[in-house]
Structures are given as structure tokens and as C-alpha cells.
Design a protein around this ligand. Structure first.
Ligand code: NAG
Ligand code: NAG
Ligand code: NAG
Ligand code: NAG
Length: 452
């Protein structure tokens, strides 16, 4: 938690942060070289040559990393702490005017609410990790402000999906409500911004199955509903359906589940998007999931013997290459309607076959879902082969052309630093459409009304 409730002079504060960043960075190379010279004084020339090569090699590595973002997030907690001091924009957020003006304050919560959980490496990588990824990306984003009085939105970074069960490895989110309540308690007593708006300009992430209901079982989730404490706020959630549902009775943005952009990039190196696709229709996953939901069972029973279908029930680490080799990727509902398969299919250029009645898909303003996917009603799943054959015979190449547009494939991936058009960028764009909730913007417009 920041020591001062209001930086006495926000500009000064900002400048101090910049200065810290500039002078706080140790000069590794010099130090290194100095030591080498002492040790190998007699081999001066040789050392000079070595140092120079080392220097050029390192600067090559550094610039290369910056340009292509090939760097793996080696150690997340360190990245978070470093980015703590940074406001440097990585990429201009060049588009909607409202997005350029958008300002987001990120609460600096004690680590028990977020970074402590990162000691488990899965926390920043598994399918619910958008809660981590969005936080991380915001810290270095151009929209971040260190002056809360200058903010339109307040991001509350609480990681609730990283308490993995020792029994089955699934995230246990039983503590989610109390952890969030405790965080809200903290920020509402230490800062004036929560009370001022009753939380309506505050943003949370709910990246697990039933989103803002914070429970993994649908019936319990529905009975519990959205916790009172966030009911006024904005929730970024993976869950979304077109019909009435208690788990979306809150201002929200539907976001994709997390898929590591590095894993996608690694797969694409061996399997380019327009490469050979020797699998016609692909699905890997549990075939019986939910007693209520027969879809996967029907797929298995009906198409397992069919040579056009490649269906696998067991986990396989290399499954992304299978997606990249497939023409159609089946995305039937599981416990929840959404699934990471959707993101991986799009990112790897396999036409997603969405079999989840009423699902509401993420970022509809950026991803023209009807042009890049095939939707099959749950009741029609028995006719799957026939439906896909017709698409293959008519408009498959149109769909693939739309799908393979890099802008589409980028929109569902959360990078560790915001990139124009990526998933965090889409979140910011969605927030910029909710500026009517911004206390600052409403104050500015009230001021304008008054002036005229
Ligand atoms: C930000 O930096 C402060 C001081 O260096 C540190 O105490 C805090 O944990 C950091 N916050 C994050 C989110 O890294
Ligand atoms: C994590 O989940 C376990 C149950 O799997 C629970 O006993 C424990 O209290 C949870 N941890 C926290 C910090 O809530
Ligand atoms: C916000 O409201 C709560 C409950 O009324 C109160 O306990 C808290 O002190 C208030 N916070 C501030 C900063 O005034
Ligand atoms: C492809 O054809 C199907 C009917 O076979 C149609 O429902 C769908 O909208 C078409 N998609 C595109 C992108 O043209």
C-alpha cells in the first residue's frame, strides 16, 4: 500500500519514480568489465576483444527482446517489482481517442493479495491466469497513472485462482470472496476513491468458470450470485451467455481465458498458420464432463470411428501442434460454456467449431466471430460431420482467410506488455467505452457544463 494517501504533488512523485528508474539501475557491464580487467590484466587485448563482443552480444539480445517480445517471462515476481517503477510506454496506443485519454490507477496491494501466489509457477500460466496477465500488462502500460486523482478507473489486483488443490490440481477458489472483501476493506479505508463512487469505477478480474459468482459449480455459483461487495463495480470475466444469468448481473467485459503467447509462438514456428493441415476435425479432452451435458458424449459415440475425426480423451503436452495441424477444432461446452480451446484455435488458425448454446464470446468489436468460426447448435451435434462437410465445400477458404488475419489472432492473447490490438488492449478499449462511470470524466464534463 502506498504510504501517502495522496501524493502531495503528483508530478513531483511521477518525476521521482522516473529518476529512481534512471539511477537505480546498476551498470552491469562496466562493473563486469572492470573485474575482468583486473583478473586478466596481462591479456589486456584479448579481454578488450572479449568485452566488446560481450557488449555487442548483450545489446543485440536486449534490443532483440524488446523488438520481438521473444523474451519468456523468466521470473514474474521480479518483472512485477521492476515494472513497479516504470511508466514508460512500450507502444503507442494509437487508436480511439478515448483510449488515449484513458487513465487507470493500479492499487499497490500487499503481496498476499497477488504476487505471493506467483511462487507457484502455474499461477501466471494456467487458463485462469488473465488475472495475473492483465495486472502485469497494466503496470507498464501507457494508461497507468500514479496519481489516483487523475484516474478514470481503479484496478484492484487480487489473484483468486492460484490456490491449486493438492488433490486434483484444480484451483480452489473458496477463499475468493473473503480475499476480495478484505482487499476492498483495505482500499476503502486507506483511500477515498471506493467510497466516493461506491466502487463503480473499480475494476476486478474474475477469470474462472462462472466469473463474478466466484464458485466453480454452476448451481452453487448461481445460488450465491455476484458478491455484494463488487456488485457496483466492473468485472472482467471469462463467463458470458446471451441469456439472463445471475453470474453476469454486474457491469462486465467478457474476456478470453489465458493462453500463453509464448507457447503459441513456439508452436507457430514449427506449424505456420497456412501450413499443411492434415487433421480434418480435432478434439482432445474429457468426453464425459457434466451429467447434464451430453454434447461431448455424443461426439465421442458418433464420430470416434470416423476417419475424418481425430478425437483424443487424454492429456498430451503437444496438443497445440495438433490444433495447428487441424482444419476444424471442436469447442464443445464443458463445465462452463467457454474454453481455452477457442483461444488456441483462433491463435493457431484452426477454425473453431463452437458447440455451446448461448455462449457470449469475447471482444465482439474486434473479433468478427461469425466470420471466423462455425457455430453448431448443441441439438445438431449428431450432424456435425455433415455440417462441417458443407462448410468445407462452400466457404471454408473465406473463413480461413478471415481467421488468419493477424489482427484477429492477436486479439485473444494477453502479452506481458500491452500491444496494440492484443487482449489487454481490447480490455482497455472496452473500459474506454464505460467512461460514463469515471468520476474524473464526469467531473470534467460537469465543469464544462458549468463553464458554458
Ligand atoms: C512496488 O515497489 C515497492 C517498493 O519498492 C514494493 O514494496 C512493492 O511490493 C512493489 N509492488 C509491486 C506490485 O511489485
Ligand atoms: C486453499 O485451498 C485449500 C483447500 O484446497 C484451503 O484449505 C486453504 O485455506 C486455501 N488457502 C487460502 C489462503 O485460502
Ligand atoms: C468508507 O466507508 C467506510 C464504511 O462507511 C468507512 O469505514 C471508511 O472509513 C470510509 N473510508 C474513508 C477513506 O473515509
Ligand atoms: C459459411 O456457410 C454457412 C452455411 O453453410 C453459413 O451459415 C456461414 O455464415 C458462412 N460463413 C461465412 C463466414 O461466410
Amino acid at each position: 500500500m502506498a504510504q501517502q494517501k495522496r501524493p502531495p504533488n503528483s508530478r513531483g512523485y511521477y518525476v521521482k519514480m522516473k529518476l529512481l528508474q534512471k539511477h537505480g539501475r546498476p551498470h552491469h557491464h562496466h562493473h563486469h568489465h572492470q573485474q575482468e580487467k583486473n583478473c586478466f590484466y596481462r591479456y589486456y587485448k584479448w579481454v578488450l576483444w572479449l568485452s566488446l563482443s560481450l557488449y555487442f552480444f548483450t545489446s543485440y539480445l536486449i534490443s532483440n527482446n524488446n523488438n520481438h517480445h521473444t523474451k519468456k517471462p523468466s521470473h514474474v515476481s521480479r518483472a512485477l517489482i521492476q515494472s513497479n517503477h516504470t511508466t514508460t510506454p512500450q507502444h503507442a496506443l494509437n487508436s480511439p481517442e478515448s483510449l488515449k485519454k484513458l487513465k487507470v490507477f493500479v492499487y499497490d496491494l500487499p503481496p498476499k493479495y497477488n504476487t505471493d501466489w506467483l511462487t507457484n509457477e502455474r499461477c501466471s500460466k494456467h487458463l485462469f491466469a488473465s488475472e495475473v496477465a492483465i495486472h502485469r500488462a497494466l503496470l507498464t502500460s501507457e494508461v497507468r497513472t500514479f496519481d489516483p486523482y487523475d484516474a478514470d478507473f481503479f484496478f484492484v489486483p487480487v489473484y483468486v485462482s492460484c490456490n491449486f488443490s493438492t488433490v486434483n490440481g484444480f484451483p480452489a477458489i473458496g477463499h475468493a470472496r473473503s480475499l476480495i472483501a478484505s482487499a476492498v476493506n483495505l482500499i476503502s479505508s486507506e483511500y477515498p476513491f471506493w467510497n466516493r463512487s461506491r466502487g463503480s469505477d473499480h475494476v476486478f478480474v474474475a477469470s474462472h468458470d462462472f466469473g463474478s459468482c466466484f464458485h466453480t459449480l454452476e448451481d452453487v455459483a448461481m445460488a450465491d450470485g455476484v458478491p455484494e461487495i463488487v456488485r457496483n463495480s466492473i468485472v472482467l470475466q471469462t463467463f458470458g451467455v446471451v441469456f439472463d444469468h445471475p453470474c453476469q448481473k454486474v457491469e462486465h467485459v467478457v474476456i478470453p481465458p489465458y493462453v500463453s503467447p509464448e507457447s503459441v509462438r513456439d508452436t507457430m514456428e514449427n506449424f505456420p498458420v497456412d501450413g499443411r493441415r492434415d487433421i480434418w476435425a480435432f478434439f482432445r479432452g474429457k468426453m464425459e464432463v457434466h451429467p447434464k451435458n451430453e454434447v461431448r458424449t455424443v461426439i465421442w459415440r458418433k464420430f470416434n470411428g470416423d476417419r475424418r475425426f481425430y478425437l483424443q480423451r487424454h492429456r498430451f503436452a503437444g496438443y497445440q501442434s495438433e490444433i495447428a495441424r487441424s482444419v476444424f477444432c471442436l469447442c464443445p461446452l464443458g463445465w462452463a460454456p467457454w474454453s481455452p480451446r477457442l483461444v488456441e484455435s483462433v491463435a493457431l488458425g484452426c477454425v473453431p467449431v463452437v458447440i455451446a448454446d448461448g455462449i457470449r464470446l469475447p471482444f465482439v468489436s474486434a473479433v468478427k466471430w461469425s466470420e471466423i468460426s462455425v457455430t453448431v447448435a448443441e441439438k445438431d451435434v449428431g450432424r456435425l460431420a455433415e455440417i462441417l462437410e458443407r462448410v468445407a465445400a462452400t466457404n471454408l477458404s473465406t473463413i480461413q482467410r478471415n481467421l488468419w488475419d493477424p489482427a484477429t489472432r492477436r486479439a485473444l492473447l494477453f502479452n506481458s506488455q500491452v500491444q496494440v490490438g492484443d487482449a489487454t488492449w481490447q480490455v482497455l478499449r472496452a473500459l474506454s467505452e464505460k467512461l460514463d462511470r469515471s468520476f474524473r470524466s464526469s467531473r470534467v464534463s460537469r465543469q464544462l457544463d458549468f463553464d458554458t
